[in-house]
Design a protein around this ligand. Structure first.
Ligand SMILES: Nc1ncnc2c1ncn2[C@@H]1O[C@H](COP(=O)(O)OP(=O)(O)O)[C@@H](O)[C@H]1O
Ligand SMILES: [Mg+2]
Length: 405
């Protein structure tokens, strides 16, 4: 006979510095102003656009925004557009997310479909809820199904009298599901009273064009809330907020860190959210394993090397993406090495001047590089710059230590 376990398996404790996915509210450094602005807009029924490169905290921000809205009585739905492979799939995810609010049941739409096919509703799923999506569940035609799903938030808003906020993450990916997806969305969304949309995108060029260029499907449909330059700080996070957070976090493990070490960390990462967390996580583990209680510049330098290794995966992905367009990698290397940008035959072979300009512009719209002055560019993310510098294994470049900026 099976006996009850002597103790319940606990869920793993949260890491001190979470890295790689959305973080809980307490680890969301320096975004309070942004969270307030986003929540206020959505509560008022306004649509917002949150665009920016990957790994800077877009998803974390929107999930916390939705948690806040929920506490204030709104209904909320979060959909990641990267998952589904066709418009029906996207529609189903949206339906699941919207229905979960009212039913409290995960994957509620699948259950509604079962009911539509003749099964009896489960105890949890009340008929009034099933009714909301019953017709949709019977729809065979993919296009009509998609449109019906897009109308579901409005039905729920009407039925409940509550504000509904829908976040569509990695929104640019929805465009790959069909030729007129964005047009259909615009048509369905614009008449929806009571529903506020947050669009998140990580391919800045694509997303901004869609919302800011005349004639594009979502022209002026949502207000862009700038994430990367809020308050004039790179990545929009005040270094003072990092300082307070890092001190307090490490103090919970009885580790002390001086201002100079924190400055060194932020110099090395440029304050990039994930890179900073990665470096701090590495520093913490390093110190824990060595039983150390006080940080130092040398420890930060060792942690930097470790963090750079751990970031290899996202960095190689960024790098591979640059390989998809002509000259981007070549020009990126020139920037990384501080080489003359326009030299027709600098490292990596000849690149015509007009192509250099085009590549610089492309790197800029991708949020990867920024212009410092005439002919001077740098990587927005210093650690990615360092990654690129080391790709050739070139000796003689300063690679051993994080560079002072
Ligand atoms: N405000 C922040 N404070 C601390 N860490 C952050 C912050 N924003 C992002 N991060 C770090 O970046 C990682 C990725 O965040 P995520 O929200 O998934 O970014 P995005 O959606 O832009 O790709 C998180 O796991 C965390 O390590
Ligand atoms: Mg994200």
């Amino acid at each position: 006979m099976l006996r009850p376990m002597p103790f319940r398996a606990k869920t793993a404790p949260a890491p001190l510095f979470p890295v790689g996915g959305p973080v809980p509210a307490e680890d969301l450094v320096g975004r309070e102003g942004y969270l307030r602005a986003a929540s206020a807009r959505l509560l008022d029924g306004g649509h917002i656009l949150v665009s920016g490169p990957r790994r800077i905290g877009k998803t974390s921000i929107i999930l916390e925004t939705l948690r806040r809205l929920k506490r204030r009585g709104a209904l909320v739905a979060y959909v990641d557009c990267l998952g589904p492979t066709d418009i029906r799939g996207l529609g189903e995810r949206l339906a699941d997310a919207v229905l979960e609010n009212v039913t409290g049941v995960e994957r509620a739409f699948a259950q509604v479909r079962a009911v539509a096919a003749g099964a009896r509703p489960t105890v949890k799923l009340r008929y009034e809820h099933v009714e909301l999506a019953l017709e949709l569940a019977r729809e065979k035609n993919a296009q009509r199904f998609f449109e019906g799903a897009l109308d579901l938030p409005r039905h729920v808003a009407q039925r409940t009298g509550k504000r509904v906020a829908v976040a569509l993450d990695e929104f640019q990916a929805a465009g790959r599901l069909g030729p007129r997806v964005f047009d259909v969305m615009r048509t369905r969304f614009q008449a929806q009273r009571g529903v506020a949309y947050a669009f998140l995108g990580s391919e800045e060029g694509v997303i901004e064009e869609l919302f800011t260029q005349k004639g594009r499907a979502l022209f002026r449909f949502a207000v862009p809330l700038d994430l990367t330059d809020a308050g004039g700080h790179r990545f929009g996070i005040d270094p003072a907020d990092w300082l307070v957070y890092l001190r307090a976090k490490l103090a919970t493990r009885k580790i002390a860190i001086g201002d100079a070490d924190i400055d060194q960390i932020l110099d090395a990462t440029g304050g990039h959210p994930q890179d900073t967390m990665q470096l701090c996580a590495a520093l913490y583990y390093l110190m824990r394993e060595a039983g150390l209680r006080t940080s130092s510049g040398e420890l930060v330098a060792v942690a930097y090397e470790q963090a750079l290794r751990e970031l290899e995966r996202p960095f190689s992905q960024h790098w591979a993406e640059l390989g998809g367009a002509k000259y981007l990698q070549q020009v990126a290397k020139r920037i990384a090495h501080g080489a003359v940008l326009y030299a027709a035959d600098a490292g990596g072979g000849a690149v015509p001047r007009s192509e250099v300009l085009r590549a610089l512009e492309a790197l800029r719209t991708r949020g990867l590089v920024l212009r410092l002055g005439r002919g001077r560019y740098d990587f927005v993310e210093p650690m990615f710059g360092e990654y690129v510098r080391r790709l050739d294994g070139v000796t003689g470049t300063p690679t051993a230590k994080p560079q002072a900026r």
